[in-house]
Ligand binder design. Structure first.
Ligand code: NDP
Length: 253
C-alpha cells in the first residue's frame, strides 16, 4: 500500500493493541505511538510488555499503559474487569487492534488435537469476542472509532492442514461483518486486516523451512495498519483488507 501518513495522524487517539508483546502487534503498537497515539498494550507476558512500553518511552513518545491478560483463559468477567480499569484511565478508545492469535497444529482434520482446536478457538475467537464486547462502550465514546480484527488468507478460502486456525479466521471475518452491520449508524467502523506472510515467530513455526529473509517484515505492513486507525479510512467498514495485496497465499515470495 502506497500511503504517506501525516506525522500527527494519530494525535489525540487512544489505541489498544492485543498481542502487543511481539511480532506484528509489537511493531503496530510502536508505530501507532510514533504517529502520536496514546497506546494501551495487552499481552500475557509482563516482561515483554514492559520492554515494549520502555521502547516507546525511550523514543520520547506518549507513555504507554500495559496490562496482562492471558487470552487462553480469559473469561467475559475478566474482560469486563479490564474494561472497567481502562475506563478509570482513559475517557474513550479510538481504536482497538485485535492482533493476538495462535496457530495450533498444521495437520489434517483427522489429526487435529481437540484440545488444541479448543485452545485456538478460545484465543482467536472466544476471548477476542469477550474483549470486544467489554470494550465496545469505550469505543462508542470515540467520534470515529476503528475496530480492527486480524484475519488470514485461510480465513477466506480453506486450505488443507490449516484446520482450527482457518476455522478461527473464518469466524473472525464473520464477527467483523456482523459488527460492521450492527454499528453502521454509529461512529464505529469495523474491518479486518490480512497481514499476508510476514517475518514473525508464528510464520516460522508454520513454514519452518522457509527463508525468512524473503518475507516482508511487520514494519513493511504498517501503512495499512496506520491508514485503518486514522481518519483517512473513516468511511470504510465491513471490509477485509490485504496488507500485501499482490502476494499469493501460502508461499514465500
Ligand atoms: P506472533 O506469534 O509473532 O505474535 C503473536 C502475539 O499474540 C504475541 O504478542 C503473543 O504473545 C500474543 N499471544 C499469543 N497467545 C496469547 C494469549 N494466550 N494471550 C495473550 N496474548 C497472546 O504472531 P504474528 O505477529 O505473526 O501474528 C499476529 C496476527 O497476525 C495473528 O492474529 C496471526 O494469526 C495473524 N497473521 C500472521 C501472519 C504471518 O505471516 N505472521 C499471516 C496471516 C495472519 P507472547 O509474546 O506472549 O507470545
Amino acid at each position: 500500500m502506497h500511503y504517506q501518513p501525516q506525522d500527527n495522524l494519530l494525535q489525540n487517539r487512544i489505541i489498544l493493541v492485543t498481542g502487543a508483546s511481539d511480532g506484528i502487534g509489537r511493531v503496530a503498537a510502536l508505530t501507532y505511538a510514533r504517529f502520536g497515539a496514546s497506546v494501551i498494550l495487552l499481552g500475557r507476558n509482563e516482561q515483554k510488555l514492559r520492554a515494549v512500553a520502555g521502547e516507546i518511552q525511550s523514543h520520547g513518545l506518549l507513555p504507554a499503559h500495559w496490562f496482562t491478560l492471558d487470552l487462553a483463559t480469559a473469561t467475559p468477567e475478566e474482560c469486563h474487569g479490564l474494561a472497567n480499569k481502562l475506563a478509570t484511565l482513559v475517557p474513550r478508545l479510538d481504536g482497538v487492534l485485535h492482533n493476538a492469535g495462535i496457530l495450533g497444529d498444521v495437520v489434517p482434520m483427522d489429526k487435529q488435537n481437540p484440545e488444541t482446536w479448543q485452545a485456538v478457538m478460545q484465543v482467536n475467537v472466544n476471548a477476542t469476542f469477550f474483549l470486544t464486547q467489554a470494550l465496545l462502550p469505550l469505543l462508542l465514546k470515540s467520534e470515529s472509532g476503528s475496530l480492527v480484527f486480524t484475519t488470514s488468507s485461510v480465513g477466506r478460502q480453506g486450505r488443507a492442514g490449516w484446520g482450527a486456525y482457518a476455522a478461527s479466521k473464518f469466524a473472525t471475518e464473520g464477527m467483523m461483518q456482523v459488527l460492521a452491520e450492527e454499528y453502521k449508524q454509529h461512529n464505529l467502523r469495523v474491518n479486518c486486516i490480512n497481514p499476508g506472510g510476514t517475518r514473525t515467530a508464528m510464520r516460522a513455526s508454520a513454514f519452518p523451512t522457509e527463508d525468512p529473509s524473503k518475507l516482508k517484515t511487520p514494519r513493511d505492513l504498517m501503512p495499512l495498519y496506520l491508514w485503518l486507525m486514522g481518519d483517512d479510512s473513516r468511511r470504510k467498514t465491513g471490509m477485509s483488507f490485504d496488507a500485501q495485496p499482490n502476494r499469493k497465499p501460502g508461499i514465500s515470495e
